[in-house]
Design a protein. Sequence first.
Lengths: 328, 267
Amino acid sequence: MVKVSDHGFETEGLAKAFGKVTALDGVDLAAPRGQVLGLLGPNGAGKTTVIRVLATLLRPDGGRASVAGFDVVRQPGEVRRRIALSGQHTSVDEELTGLANLVMIGRLLDLSRSQALLRATDLLARFGLEDAAKRPVAGYSGGMRRRLDLAASMVGHPEVVFLDEPSVGLDPGKRDELWQMIRGLSADGVTVLLTTQYLEEADALADAIAVIDQGRVIASGTPAELKREVGGHTIAVRPNDPADTDVAARILADVAGRAPERSSRHELVVPVTGDADFFEIAARLRESRIGVSELSLRLPSLDEVFLALTGTPATPAASAEEPTKAAR
Amino acid sequence: MTATVSSIEPPRTRPLAWLRHSFVLAGRSLAKTTRNPGPIINGVVTPALFMVLFLYLFGGSVAGSTADYLQYLFPGILVMGAGLAGLVSTGTNINLDLKNGVTDRFRSLPISRLAPLLGSVLADIVRYLLAVAILFAIGTLLGFRAHGGLPAALAAAGLAITFGFCLSWVTVFFGVLVKSADTVLAISFIGFLPLQLGTSLAAPVETLPGWLRAWAEINPVTQAMDACRALLNGTPVGGTVTTTLIWCAVLFVVFCPLAIRAYSRQQ
């Protein structure tokens, strides 16, 4: 019999410094079981450090963190039985085959040889890797490696999975494939902590988002709440003929109720309240016979989110996270 | 708020799990060696080259004949081979695992934090056995004969391997501490020269100049080489075997805990 908390994981006032660099400065996070929490922030915001503390790889200097109801400092063994980690680097063995990689993890999790083989075969099929099962990972594409890495995380039926920037380096097609698989995890009731630099990714996957900057959570809520706070969608229009820019700008101002910003390449950008505005703008542009080379409905970029939340652009990596990597 | 559920209880670790996990990870290390046999080649080719080089360059002048010199030289080469087979591979492998995130995965698994280290070192023992067997074959081809008899020859091989095993914890320690695999290699190589060559390998220590003799006499590798030489040639071992074993114990007792401590602190 074990005690089960309602939370997949929880942190309270989590603090960590590397020498003089403060990586975490009182981080409070909580995700109910089965939820996907997106941790959004620029490089060096402390995202990886949060994951390393929760995965029992790093001792916090202050505060408290628990996973599946177990304290990461006092009961790391219990925590490790229930988690899986997929880091920024794919941590599979290049020289071994995909199958051998998964069987090894199964053996380390005390499955028998045949159980491990069964589980590995299952997972390879589920992650679309059965054809590559017997080939060394060295010959895998980036997307295949990511999927194998994720499959390796699933061998032990974890309750909580930590994914550190899972889609880095993947092209959009492969990224969508990976997103499908991450959604599959959460459908199975797994709690997921996902770090990302892209609001789009957090929006696509997360039930809740926490925005982190300089080791502090500066905003949190559902994707919808967050988008309301930072201004929701923007529409970008680029006329084929730069001479049409003024007419197009008037249409945008008319529909959106505020003047669009002009970028250097004759691009017009304006925040809108919903997709109805988008169709209205499209119709009006066609009426005025303005051809466009670009017409898009966008989520705010990370920079725009930060601008809206803090009044300053996202702080790029003077990097509180780099020391951990350099030290290894 | 908490609820109580019994069905999700994950399997408890069974006794001796750490040992079983170490064997699984040793298997991993060996599987990687078959795909990337560089370290093992290094552990055989380097000592074999030294053997051939010393034998035909100095054999005549040092011992009068190459046949007599081979009887002197070969045991030292054996110790060098066992030391080298693990010296390079263990440290660099562990360092690579630390850097590319594999260690993070292992450490987030419910296994002993010692298992990845021990697994790597266990795999090295297999690599030493292989290196020692190949060196024996080459030595025999060149004309070496173990006059001490089979049991003594096996004892010599065992001693060389034990010594290599204990010495490898020094590289494991550096492998954990140092930032890049290249640096581990560089340190291993810089250590290799005085440690393996500043010994009785090529000539008895009595014939060496004073400063080198002083170093060679306190160098534990000399003791291991002298012990193997006596065992293989069937001459009295004196205190060399005991001294070697004491050195093995000292190296192990000092560097194994240091390496483990550094490894578990790696954050």
